[in-house]
Every structure is written in C-alpha cells, then in structure tokens.
Design a binder for this molecule. Structure first.
Ligand code: SF4
Length: 332
C-alpha cells in the first residue's frame, strides 16, 4: 500500500488549506472519499488547520432555547414537533420566567449567543416581545430562529434587539417540508438587506441524501454569505417517519464537516456541527449548540432534560479538543 495520498486529492486539499475557492466537482470528490482512506484523514487535517489558523482557538457555544412545543401543522418529516409525530398533543409555550432563567444561566455559563427557536405557527409578535424582554436582562447576543420573514419583520427583529437569524434551506425542502426553497432564500436576502447576520447549517443530513444535494447547500451557504455554516445530522426521534433510513454516524458527519469547512474558506467566522461530539472538533468545527426547551430532535418537551447538552458540557468538550470556550466570540 502506498503511504502517499492521491495527487488529485492533495491538490484539492492544498487549495482548501489556503482558503482558495473549491469547485462543486472538487467538493464532491472529497465527499466521496472512503472513510477508511488516508485521504479522509488528510481532508480532516486540512479543515482543522484552516479553522485553527482562522478562528484563533475560540470554541463557540451558541445556546438554543426552544420557546414552545406544539403539534406543528407544517409536518416536516424530520421533526418531532409535528402533528403527525403525535409526540406532543398540546400547544405549550414555556413561561417567560423559565425562558429568562435559561437565558441568565446561559449568560452566567458563558454562552456566546442565545438562539431563540419557535415552531411553525408561533406568534411573531410574541417572539419580538420575548426578544425585547431578554435584551433588558442579558447582554448575550440574540439570534432568532423562526419562519420565513419579510423586510418589515426583519426590521422589527432588529428593533427588538436581535442581531442574527438562523435559517436553513433544509435537505428535502419542498418535499419533506411544505416550504418553498426559493422563499427560504428570499428570507436570507432579507436578512442581509436589513442588517441581520445569517446563521446556517446544512441539515438535517441522513444517509438518503446524495453528495450533490449536500454539496449544493454548502455552496449556497458560501454564495449567500453565511456568518457560519456546518453540518447537522438528522436525529430519528421515536416513531420518526425516517426511522427505516437510519442515521449517519458522527464519523461520517466529521468528514462532511471537513468538506463544508473547506467550501466555506475564509468567508465565515465559525463552523458548526450538531449534535455536539468530539471528532468534528479536529475536522474543522469549532461551534456547538447547547440546548434547552423544545427541540425538533427530541421527544422530551424540554430537551435540557433529554438529548440537549448543557453549555458547561459543550465547553468541556471544546477544551478537551483544545479549543478555548472562554475567549470572546468571533461571530458578532
Ligand atoms: S421544522 Fe419547524 S415548521 Fe417544520 S414541523 Fe418542525 S416546528 Fe413545524
């Protein structure tokens, strides 16, 4: 067996390591590498090098707070908060006091952002109200995660104190979800127009998704100027319609994290992965999402009591992989 890696892969990795723009074909070649190959380890090394050179050792913890649970009528196939999943039968909003307590705790534990997630029919004015209230209570930057918005709503989010908006054109958008991918992209452009940062992840990745579909979303993140992007795998909740398809492993996810990292080059301020795991932290990721409240990946109403990892857990994992969670965020 040769100790050398393939010359064509080496050529792509040299470009990626230097933050040069990769073509779609180059990204696809990296996606197709055998997990056991030296080339895959070289890929992860290149992405790791790029992130450590660019992000100054900062390990980011952006805390997800899910504001409500409901049997959501949008019925996205990968989500546990749907009518069809049948896990949640009542519409319940977490009390403001609980949301404030999570936010204060997040700030005290060093969260770099608070990402407020709401389900498909959550009141937009209520989201603004919660944002305004949190703004009075905590200094941690606020990021909204909600339905598609227009320019007026974008301005309202800014006025309420939000600085960013998490939004993704999901894998299977328009088939696994009732949403139009073009409308999702319009929202991303609204964010740039009004001055909200666009936060993104390529998600929710499952074994059924082709390298082409996945790479096209990586390229979208670069083209549309995400503040950060990365890879999140689909988690199959109990009874998920996707259960028979299985899930990708953390190892496969780390390979994709590395490809995505090289695709993003020097355009991003961080690189995320979800759920938190160590391997991707040596493959280009430096951003985790601790979670409390509702989560589309959990059958528990409060994922902090379920799958969600705490800010302190995430900080400990970052430290173990020699990222420093205590430095100031690069994202804001
Ligand atoms: S992903 Fe959002 S819109 Fe889709 S079903 Fe879940 S909560 Fe509703």
């Amino acid at each position: 067996m040769s100790w050398k890696i393939s010359a064509s892969v080496e050529e792509i990795l040299k470009k990626g390591r230097d933050a040069a723009v990769l073509s779609r074909e180059e990204a696809l070649a990296l996606m197709r590498l055998d997990l056991e190959s030296r080339e895959t380890y070289a890929l992860m090394e290149s992405a790791n090098h790029l992130s450590r050179a660019q992000f100054g050792r900062k390990g980011e913890k952006h805390m997800h707070i899910g504001l409500n649970v409901e049997p959501c009528p949008m019925d996205c196939a990968f989500c546990s908060l749907t009518r069809q999943a049948g896990l949640f039968t009542d519409k319940v909003e977490f009390p403001l006091e609980q949301i404030l307590a999570w936010a204060r705790q997040g700030q005290a534990e060093g969260a770099d952002a608070l990402n407020l997630m709401s389900t498909g029919t959550f009141s937009f004015s209520r989201l603004l109200e919660i944002g305004r209230r949190l703004r009075q209570e905590v200094r941690t930057p606020l990021v909204a995660n909600a339905r598609d918005i227009n320019h007026v709503e974008g301005e309202q989010l800014l006025d309420a104190g939000f600085v960013g908006f998490y939004h993704a054109v999901r894998l299977g958008e328009g088939t696994d979800t009732p949403f139009n991918p073009e409308r999702r992209i319009q929202t991303i452009r609204v964010l740039h127009d009004v001055g909200l940062q666009w936060m993104n992840c390529v998600e929710p990745v499952g074994p059924e998704h082709s390298p082409e579909e996945i790479v096209d979303l990586m390229l979208l993140a670069r083209r549309e100027k995400a503040t950060y992007s990365g890879i999140m795998r689909r988690i199959n909740f109990p009874g998920s319609p996707k259960e028979s398809m299985g899930m990708i492993s953390e190892r496969r996810m780390a390979q994709m994290v590395a490809v995505s990292r090289l695709v993003m080059g020097d355009t991003v301020r961080a690189h995320c992965t979800h759920e938190p795991h160590s391997l991707s932290l040596v493959a280009g990721a430096n951003l985790f999402f601790p979670e409390v409240g509702s989560s589309p990946r959990d059958g528990q109403a409060d994922t902090g009591k379920g799958r969600g990892r705490s800010v302190l857990d995430c900080a400990a994992m970052l430290r173990e992989m020699e990222w420093n969670p205590d430095l100031a965020s690069n994202c804001f």
